[in-house]
Design a protein around this ligand. Structure first.
Ligand code: AMP
Length: 292
């Protein structure tokens, strides 16, 4: 069955009102398109847990810091529709920019603290754009469950906090990061890498694993862990590290001691492409008992 393409908010609302009247549970997967197996994994989980899967495809201008990045963002809509149809998606909501922003937007959502560090520091206004468009999409679709990838851990944390603090009636589901065989996290931006850059790109995951190994082995000082992980990049002058941080997984604040679960997150530039990745890491079992 092909997925039903709906570009209009009003048409989508009417269609979903029918779905809700029939008592079907709605699962929602927001995306910017150029779909890959990472998105496929979100869709698959939504398929398993809900009766009607809605995928949105919208390259949201308000979350881009650079016009060039927005202009260059891939938009293969016909391929994306096939991708969705092949995976049993019921409805694809693909609005035009004027449909989502018919007038100057005067209302925004800012999730404080959670968006302060990591990408928030280097991409001013990015998360405000993300949380605002996600709130708009949640209000339009009104799903029972919405699915987000751990690949964008800070985005997931910000949206989780928005939903909690604004009492939104939706359950947020986190989906593990899908990787290539060599560890590179799947991303729509990977298609911009040259063959030489593509060969180097898995080093980002490798650096995070170096941190993970030390944390699992009982390291307690985040600075030492960071220094060792950063050394992974030294043989690769093509890589410019934007940040590598160790933060608590809920508020994404840098930790001073490794005594609970943390996210190790990094952003690097490889040529003109920015890559981000992260791992959820736990200290060695028994460590807390041993030291207290
Ligand atoms: P995007 O189209 O990049 O805005 O991503 C749409 C959703 O797919 C977000 O919730 C992302 O976190 C998620 N996503 C992107 N890449 C991956 C991946 N490699 N594994 C799992 N989820 C992903």
């Amino acid at each position: 069955m092909s997925a039903e393409l709906i570009p209009s908010i009003l048409d989508l609302r009417h269609r979903l009102a029918e779905v809700r009247r029939a008592g079907r549970v709605i699962g929602f997967v927001p995306t910017m398109g150029a779909l890959h197996a990472g998105h496929g994994s979100l869709i698959e989980m939504a398929r398993q847990q809900t009766d009607c899967v809605v995928v949105s495809i919208f390259v949201n201008p308000t979350q881009f810091n650079q016009q060039k990045d927005y202009d260059l963002y891939p938009r293969p809509l016909a391929e994306d529709l096939e991708f969705c149809s092949a995976r049993g998606v019921d409805i694809v909501f693909a609005p035009a920019v004027e449909e989502m922003y018919p007038r100057t937007q005067l209302v925004f959502v800012d999730v404080l603290r959670v968006t302060e560090h990591l990408c928030g520091k280097f991409r001013p206004g990015h998360f405000r754009g993300v949380t605002t468009v996600v709130l708009k999409l949640l209000n339009i679709v009104q799903p029972d469950r919405a699915y987000f990838g751990e690949k964008d851990a800070q985005q997931l944390a910000a949206i989780g906090r928005m939903v909690a603090d604004l009492d939104l009636p939706v359950q947020i589901v986190a989906v593990p990061t899908v990787r290539e065989a060599d560890g590179l996290a799947l991303s729509s931006r990977n298609r911009r890498l040259s063959p030489a850059e593509r060969r180097i790109a898995p080093i980002v995951h490798r650096a995070l694993q170096v941190a993970e190994e030390q944390i699992a082995a009982g390291a307690t000082d985040p600075q030492q862990v960071k220094t060792k992980a950063l050394a992974t990049f030294h043989p690769f002058p093509q890589i410019r590290v934007e940040y590598l941080e160790i933060v608590d997984p809920l508020e994404m604040q840098p930790v001073e001691r490794l005594d609970g679960p943390v996210r190790v997150a990094a952003a690097v530039w490889l040529g003109a492409t920015r890559l981000i990745d992260n791992l959820l890491c736990r200290p060695a079992t028994g460590q807390i008992e041993r030291f207290t």
